[in-house]
Write a new protein. Structure first.
Length: 307
């Protein structure tokens, strides 16, 4: 009679996390234009700040600052999330106020602490460059318009996915992609309850959750600011106070510091904080080390989109 005992190392047919597809179909010309615009300082009032300023691909799609720096050296109010895999999130911004990557782009353009400009001024500057005029005309019948700028940048952002993490390879059947400790870290991640919020293709980014379900994080931290109110700033509903979009854990080892306020300095400290305030439990040093080991397997591979 065959042994029907399940191999604990074998990925099940259903897991709370799914791999990122390796192939995406995008308009290559839009991706190329969007990449240029993403790095174009003319999108800011004084030509000093570009999207890359806060979302460097060499820094995990972030700036690795607690709060970002905008024009005139001004400090922002919240930690800049990674641009990698951002198109896989169900909403954009920590408070989820933008429904899409296209809608997100308006935020930094108009923010006095970030780019502090407006679309007409951006368009005027781009129209002064024959190369920009020609590039837009070759793709968009109506040339340089705000909606076309956003469409190009958003198309580029959709190319910024990071498939082929070691964990994705494990889910796809390569059982040797993870060490025994990393597999145990994943089991611990699920067992203690992390996967109740961090799941799906982006291992987060698909739901809202209160920060401080099992304890008063903000009372303990102190110095509460408007940015700490989270989704309440969007809806005005008291039930949304301190509620945020659950962040993606993909490439988490590269996107420090953590949390919307940038107070999570290390993965170990961040896991301990989350276990206390979200799960209501104190994890052992070994459990934290196992989970952190698993989290480090979530670093994927970014490949520039083939034109």
């Amino acid at each position: 009679m065959p042994d029907m005992t399940r191999n604990p190392d074998k990925p099940r047919s259903f897991e709370p996390i799914v791999p990122i597809p390796t192939n995406i179909e995008l308009d290559g010309a839009k991706v190329a234009l969007g990449e240029k615009l993403f790095d174009d300082v003319r999108l800011s009032r004084d030509n000093s700040v570009s999207c890359v300023s806060c979302h460097s691909l060499s820094l995990g799609g972030t700036d690795q600052r607690s709060k970002s720096i905008g024009i005139d050296g001004q400090t922002g109010e919240i930690n800049a999330p990674t641009v990698f895999n951002s198109s896989l999130n169900f909403r954009q911004f920590w408070d989820g106020r933008a429904p899409s990557v296209e809608g997100q782009i308006d935020g930094p353009i108009h923010s006095d602490l970030e780019m502090a400009t407006n679309w007409q001024d951006v368009i005027n500057k781009l129209e002064q460059t024959p190369e920009s005029v020609a590039e837009f005309a070759s793709i968009y019948r109506d040339g340089i318009r705000a909606e076309n700028i956003k469409d190009a940048i958003a198309t580029y952002e959709r190319s910024l996915t990071t498939p082929n993490s070691r964990f994705d390879l494990y889910l796809l059947g390569d059982l040797d992609a993870l060490t025994s400790d990393e597999k145990e870290g994943y089991r611990t991640f699920k067992t203690v309850g992390c996967s109740s919020c961090h799941q799906g293709i982006n291992i987060g980014g698909n739901l809202f959750q209160e920060f401080g379900v099992m304890g008063s994080y903000f009372k303990d931290r102190g110095n509460i600011s408007k940015a700490d109110y989270g989704r309440f700033n969007v809806t005005g509903d008291e039930r949304d106070r301190y509620v945020f979009k659950v962040p993606s854990l993909r490439n988490i080892s590269q996107t420090n510091p953590y949390f919307h306020d940038g107070t999570g300095k290390t993965l170990e400290d961040t896991v301990a904080t989350m276990s206390r305030y979200q799960l209501g439990r104190k994890l052992s040093v070994n459990e934290i080390d196992l989970i952190v080991g698993f989290l480090r397997t979530l670093d994927g591979e970014y490949t520039r989109y083939a034109r």
